[in-house]
Design a protein around this ligand. Structure first.
Ligand SMILES: Nc1ncnc2c1ncn2[C@@H]1O[C@H](COP(=O)(O)OP(=O)(O)O)[C@@H](O)[C@H]1O
Ligand SMILES: [Mg+2]
Length: 359
């Protein structure tokens, strides 16, 4: 097992800067998800950790030892990819045994390690099958088994589930998480899928354009996103946003005023200039539908989507389009006017210019 420390890592391909001063400390046995949109540099960073890619600047250490110049084999990390890269002519057992064979382990050692991994991954009944006779999820388990038999110091996952259908993906999420609990191995898990990051990781690092936007536990990032990017990246449906002005009412209490609404919304006390332009954010789950005259704001229904458990109501608030997620069955039709209520503490406020959180 290992702690992995990335200090001020930058990476350039020619004149293209792909990673810019990235620092992340991963603790021994921690499960860290690197999440961000496609092209933000996640795979490059993971390949740098694995030793498959050089760095332009910075220092990478494993268990306190600087490994900048250490080759991939010597780093003793195992990588699991989206494409399983199994040998098509080898059975499950042979595929899993292969890395140990390469390293010259004895048949006895190999049998023991493969048997153990197979039982952890519930592969015992599939040991004689070729990859083409396995489902996507089973192949992914074999690929993980092949990584496990080496007992690496850490696991590096690069979007391992993105080839699977939605149901299998959520099943494999659980399996990888259970595997992590069983092995307690340090894991870095790259994904563009915020749901995977939220559900699997002890800690999430949100990346954008080669930089770290924010890191923290899933709940910390969900409850207190540091900027607009993180706020809109995490959570589904996406957080609603509106331009607003922070001001005070006649009694000096802080309020938020929207162009589209006559009523003013009370907000937690703030410091800073009066009449500050802000962007106010409110998650779809944090509003309740009430009759129009009881609402803190009024909205007009555009589309009603029933998912069975929840109803997503797309509404117009002036020129803004918001989504409200309700757990009640709503009898609403296009054109209906509804009221919305919410709690002050659920309002996220971001500076209009810097897009950074201010409350
Ligand atoms: N070998 C390479 N040469 C030039 N550009 C590359 C190379 N590898 C990756 N890139 C670029 O670096 C950026 C980040 O890529 P990548 O790390 O694969 O992103 P992600 O995994 O987050 O989708 C992309 O713009 C990609 O085109
Ligand atoms: Mg990638």
């Amino acid at each position: 097992m290992a702690s992995i420390s990335l200090a001020n890592i930058s990476k350039r391909f020619g004149s293209l800067s792909v990673l810019d001063n990235v620092s992340i400390d991963i603790r021994d046995r921690e499960f860290v998800a690197l999440v961000g949109p496609s092209g933000c540099g996640k795979s490059t960073l993971l390949r740098i950790v694995a030793g498959l890619e050089s760095i332009s600047d910075g220092e990478i250490s494993i268990d306190g030892e600087v490994v900048n110049d250490l080759g991939p084999q010597k780093r003793d990390l195992a990588m699991v990819f989206q494409t399983y890269a199994l040998y098509p002519h080898m059975t499950t057992a042979q595929n899993m045994a292969f890395p140990l064979k390469l390293r010259g382990h004895s048949a006895l050692e190999i049998d023991k390690a493969v048997g153990q991994a197979a039982s952890t991954l519930h592969l015992d009944d599939l040991m004689d099958r070729l990859p083409r006779a396995l489902s996507g999820g089973q192949r992914q388990r074999v690929a993980m088994g092949r990584a496990m038999v080496r007992e690496p110091r850490a696991f590096l996952f690069d979007e391992p589930l993105s080839n699977l259908d939605a149901k299998l993906r959520s099943h494999m999420r659980l399996e990888i998480r259970q595997l992590h609990q069983a092995l307690n191995a340090t894991s870095i898990y790259v994904t563009h899928d915020q749901v995977e990051a939220m559900t699997m990781a002890d800690r999430i690092v949100v990346m954008n354009r080669g930089r770290v936007e924010q890191e923290g536990s899933p709940i910390e990032l969900f409850d207190r996103p540091a900027n607009l990017f993180v706020a809109s990246f995490l959570g589904s449906p996406t957080m609603n946003m509106a331009d607003a002005v922070l001001t005070t009412d006649d009694e000096g209490k802080p309020v938020l005023s929207f162009d589209a609404q006559t009523s003013r919304i009370p907000v937690p006390a703030f410091t800073g200039a009066p009449n500050r332009k802000v962007i106010a954010g409110l998650r779809p789950q944090h509003m309740d539908v009430v009759p129009p005259d009881e609402g803190m704001i009024q909205a007009q229904v555009q589309i009603v989507e029933n998912t069975g458990c929840e109803t997503n109501i797309v509404v117009a608030i002036g020129a803004e389009t918001w989504t409200v997620q309700s757990r009640q069955r709503q009898r609403l039709a296009q054109g209906d006017v509804i009221g919305l209520i919410f709690r002050e503490e659920h309002i996220h406020l971001f500076d209009h210019g810097s897009q950074k959180r201010i409350n």
